[in-house]
Design a protein around this ligand. Structure first.
Ligand code: PBG
Length: 328
């Protein structure tokens, strides 16, 4: 006797059954937590970021404390952003030996050697105009910026970073960084490239957090047009060829189609960045009692993994680790 219709409910009848046939799940090793390291004389500096409730700019002692707490919950990897005291036209604090990120890396690797410490390589937090590269004649200069990005990456790795993640979207930067790392003897240090980074309104809260909003213009001459999906394949191909070890798509939830396409076309590990605006909209709705935060966080992260991400950068990482550790 053949069934007349498909009984999808058969495998949904109990929690145990649902778990047996679940196709996607979030594991602690999938999550990468971002931190904002502030250069301050006050080691206990901890300033809340208004548009990102629960996230902070952190002085060294508070950074150590936050990382220790996440480590207890099972954190494996983090990414660092720096807030220098001094910004200038050449982003000199981005590649200074005693720069804020370099110091934070040393401290974290010293304290938690087993953590994978990734650094964001970009100039926008370090330039007085807030653009991701050198500016002349009102334009962001591609090729002259490459040398500074490469210097920044090398200085992060010298300080002990396990991986560098260029987010500037200059053309050719993966090649320049790979060459500089190899030359400095760091042939085994991987590059996670923000290969597919859209010029997105979802970065708004981050720019408050990192004090990196451009003082003039926008980032549309270097970040991608949100309307383009085929172009994502060209960007991914370029970075793969230049030597990227991990590709990233950013933002995540509004670009799941892009994630899926890149997953299907490339065999490199793939990361997705659930960015500040994605975090902020969930937090805001939750604070109003309009949605269930925990459920929405897990649903969005599951969607991001289902679309093809192996790794997820998210400000919810610590919360997720807590949830996962309560479940097991
Ligand atoms: C630096 C950088 C940005 C983000 C990560 N690296 C901001 C930007 O490009 O304006 C955004 C992260 C987020 O919104 O959470 N270029």
């Amino acid at each position: 006797m053949s069934p007349e219709f498909f009984r999808g409910r058969r495998l949904r009848g109990s929690k145990a059954l649902r778990e047996m046939v679940r196709e996607t799940d979030i594991q602690p090793q999938d999550m990468i937590m971002p931190y904002f390291a502030a250069e301050t004389d006050d080691r206990d500096f901890k300033r809340p970021i208004n548009s990102m409730p629960g996230q902070f700019q952190l002085g060294p002692a508070q950074l150590k404390k936050s990382v220790a707490q996440a480590r207890e919950l099972g954190l494996r990897a983090l990414i660092l952003f720096g807030l220098p005291k001094k910004k200038d036209l050449t982003a000199s604090q981005a590649y200074a030996d005693e720069g804020v990120v370099q110091q934070a890396v040393r401290m974290i690797k010293d304290e938690f050697p087993e953590l994978v410490v990734i650094t964001d390589v970009c100039l926008c937090e370090y330039t007085s105009h807030g653009h991701c590269g050198l500016v002349s004649g009102g334009e962001v200069q591609n090729d002259p910026t490459l040398e500074l990005l490469a210097k920044t990456a090398v200085s992060h790795v010298r300080a002990g970073a396990d991986m560098v993640a260029p987010s500037d979207m200059m053309d050719g930067r993966v090649l320049a960084i790979r060459a500089a790392l190899d030359q400095a003897g760091f042939v085994n240090t991987p590059i996670m490239s923000y290969a597919i980074k859209y010029a997105s309104s979802f970065y708004g809260p981050f720019r408050e957090a990192a004090e990196s909003a451009p003082r003039f213009g926008d980032r549309k001459t270097y970040q991608m047009d949100p309307a383009n999906a085929r172009e994502a394949l060209r960007e991914a191909a370029a970075d793969a060829m230049e030597g990227a070890d991990i590709l990233m798509v950013k933002p995540a939830l509004p670009y799941l189609d892009v994630l899926r396409t890149v997953r299907d076309s490339f065999d490199l590990p793939l990361a997705a960045y659930q960015v500040s605006g994605e975090y902020a909209v969930i937090k805001a709705a939750a604070q109003n009692g309009w949605i269930d935060e925990e459920l929405m966080v897990m649903e969005t992260l599951t969607a991001i993994k289902r679309a093809g991400a192996d790794l997820i950068l998210s400000y919810f990482s610590e919360d997720v680790l807590r949830l996962l550790s309560q479940r097991s």
